[in-house]
Design a protein. Structure first.
Length: 98
């Protein structure tokens, strides 16, 4: 069974491409994220603020594109992004509670 994941593409005010995801990212639906990242050229802002779950399959996709990602997340994803080391290889915003 596929886990619900919605992806919305757009542009930031500065013109950079942005992909906003909603739901859960896991092995049942990573093809949605993979396809979007592979068809979006250049640097990409990845908005994960509405993502409730991210597993190792999703992380592997993020690591594969880490050199061109800027990630916006919430403290909910902080443990997985920090322990996996993604925060060490790409820019991640929003992990600390304000």
């Amino acid at each position: 069974m596929t886990t619900p994941l919605t992806l919305t593409s757009g542009r930031r005010p500065d013109g950079r491409p942005e992909l906003a995801l909603t739901g859960e990212i896991d092995m049942s639906n990573i093809s949605v994220l993979t396809d979007a990242l592979e068809t979006t050229p250049g640097a990409v802002v990845l908005d994960l603020t509405a993502v409730e779950y991210l597993d190792s399959a999703g992380l592997s996709v993020l690591f594969a594109h880490a050199d061109r990602l800027e990630v916006i997340a919430t403290p909910l994803l902080a443990p997985v992004l920090t322990i996996s080391g993604l925060v060490d290889v790409t820019t991640v915003h929003g992990l600390s509670p304000r």
